[in-house]
Design a protein around this ligand. Structure first.
Ligand code: GLU
Length: 515
């Protein structure tokens, strides 16, 4: 495929309330293709189906794209209130066109509006062009007539499609109907007996028989354009060169091709991405797990991991490499390496990628994330110094897959143990344990700003004077200070908590644990 220097691609989601992982993949492939080829990545909101309007969906979508790091060059953005720049986006919000339909949304770019509900005049003007050329026509058929037609066709085992009844109305009949305000739609006039051909980078040449294509509705009775019409008009006016989208839109492509021909416009290059499948090879569905990007985000997955994961759902670099940064994806991505076969959604791989991407983070990056998560946790009103949190991070890093593991698995760094693990108490807490721990407290009390080694020496000393093995004290003191049996090295834990706190916790445990 020869690539022109002025590549323009778009992600054109319908705001349904959340961003589907399949949508994230479409957005990502468009982004990668644009960046790789010095092209322009456009975001367009396709919100002409007013029956599916969901409050806050557009705003949520914009935030999710920012979170994923998919910076676009043109399109609607959240006004200054949302930290576009902070997240590294180059897009300058100042001077944009203010959206009339969405609060705090500003549009940037020369080809706007980028929100379809704000382009109604444009569609009106274009539908009239088609009506004049007789490529589209008014249809005044009632719902009843359409149903009768469908039933009759079904009975005769014919393909169900509109019978062009209204194509034969005279100009005066049309005018009378319009004057009488009879509800109407506008349909595409599909000529039969043609082969509609589209070239698809991933699927090759795709041919369709025009006899099987219905006279698609282009403008609905509420005056809004349908997806097909608005999508084609906008792709043309926004100078889109490559349409990269999910396979579910493949059946729409011949209708789009006919529309381009009707306008006598040049068609873009199409690339239909493979379906996403559940491990049992059925189409990815909510029933078998999370499909919203927001769900993965709130579960604590890193944006890098999710992006890396969806990049591999349909594309591979042709090498063994699986772990990618965004820059590496940009360098290596090509549409030619996108495969046709459905891509299986494998959560184990996502977990692994998260672990690997987390390992690459610096302590200060993890600190930032931990602070954000603490601010949303039950510890939000407590104060912890950065120095303290960094020590906790250092101790927990080898054992965490998610930053939130630090809060969930080692809450004892942020509060007194609320209880003591039953199994541990049964195994490790004997009648003589309190007096042994009191001996240990004596040793610890004599230490001044102890290091990890000094804690260890003090424990050994106490064990020796009691005539018991170190292990007895180690397990008991771990249970006393953390409430659980596992976790980071004991002396790391004692060092992080500090001498006063350690002694307080041992005393509390002696008081609370009854055997
Ligand atoms: N609005 C469509 C969607 O929700 C866009 C499909 C396309 O890219 O043409 O996915």
């Amino acid at each position: 495929m020869s690539i022109s220097p002025t590549i323009r691609v778009r992600f054109a989601p319908s705001p349904t309330g959340y961003l589907h992982v399949g949508g994230l993949r479409t957005a990502l492939y468009n982004y990668l293709f644009a960046r790789k080829n010095n092209g322009t990545f456009v975001l367009r909101i396709e919100d002409t189906d007013r029956t599916r309007y969901v409050e806050g969906a557009v705003e949520n979508l914009l935030k999710t794209l920012v979170w994923a790091g998919l910076e676009y060059d043109e399109g609607p953005v959240q006004d200054a209130g949302y930290k576009m720049q902070d997240s590294g986006f180059r897009l300058q919000v100042s001077g944009g066109r203010v959206s009339s339909n969405y609060q705090g949304v500003v549009e940037v770019g020369e080809y706007g509006p980028y929100i379809q509900s704000e382009r109604l005049e444009i569609y009106k003007e274009h539908i009239h062009q088609l009506i004049e050329k007789k490529k589209a026509y008014y249809c005044f058929c009632t719902q009843e007539r359409l149903e009768q037609l469908r039933e009759a066709q079904q009975k005769e085992k014919l393909q169900t499609k509109y019978d062009k009844h209204c194509l034969n109305l005279s100009q005066s009949e049309i005018e009378e109907n319009l004057e009488a305000k009879i509800p109407y739609v506008v349909r595409l006039n599909v000529e039969g007996n043609q082969t509609v051909v589209t070239d698809d980078v991933i699927r090759g040449r795709v041919e369709f028989d025009s006899n099987l294509i219905d006279d698609q509705v282009l403008v609905k009775s509420d005056g809004y354009p349908t997806y097909h019409f608005a999508n084609v008009v906008d792709d043309h006016l926004m100078k889109i060169t490559h349409v990269i989208r999910g396979e579910e839109w493949l059946p729409s492509t011949p209708k789009h091709a006919l529309l381009y021909d009707a306008f006598e416009w040049e068609k873009p290059v199409f690339a239909h991405l493979p379906l996403l499948l559940n491990p049992d090879k059925s189409k990815l569905s909510k029933r078998q797990g999370d499909v919203a990007v927001e769900d993965y985000r709130s579960k604590g997955f890193l944006n890098e991991a999710l992006v890396n994961f969806v990049a591999l759902l349909g594309w591979n670099p042709g090498t063994e490499q699986e772990l990618f940064s965004m820059e590496e994806l940009v360098q290596q991505f090509s549409l030619e390496r996108v495969h046709q076969a459905g891509a299986v959604f494998n959560l184990e791989k996502l977990n692994w990628l998260n672990f690997e991407h987390l390992r690459k983070k610096s302590d200060s990056e993890v600190l930032q994330m931990l602070k954000e998560q603490l601010a949303e946790s039950r510890f939000k009103n407590k104060q912890f110094s950065d120095e303290y949190l960094l020590q906790v991070i250092e101790a927990m890093r080898p054992r965490m897959s998610f930053v939130k593991d630090i809060i969930e698995q080692s809450s004892y760094f942020f509060e007194l143990p609320a209880s003591y693990e039953e199994e541990g108490v049964k195994k490790r807490w004997k009648e003589e344990t309190p007096s042994q721990l009191n001996r240990l407290i004596e040793e610890f009390s004599s230490l001044v700003n102890p290091t990890k080694e000094q804690y260890e020496q003090a424990l050994h000393k106490a064990a020796e004077s009691l005539g018991i093995g170190n292990g007895k004290l180690i397990h008991a003191v771990r249970l006393a200070v953390s409430g659980v049996s596992g976790g980071p090295g004991l002396y790391d834990m004692l060092f992080i908590l500090g001498r006063e706190e350690v002694i307080r916790r041992i005393e509390t445990a002696i008081e609370k644990i009854k055997v």
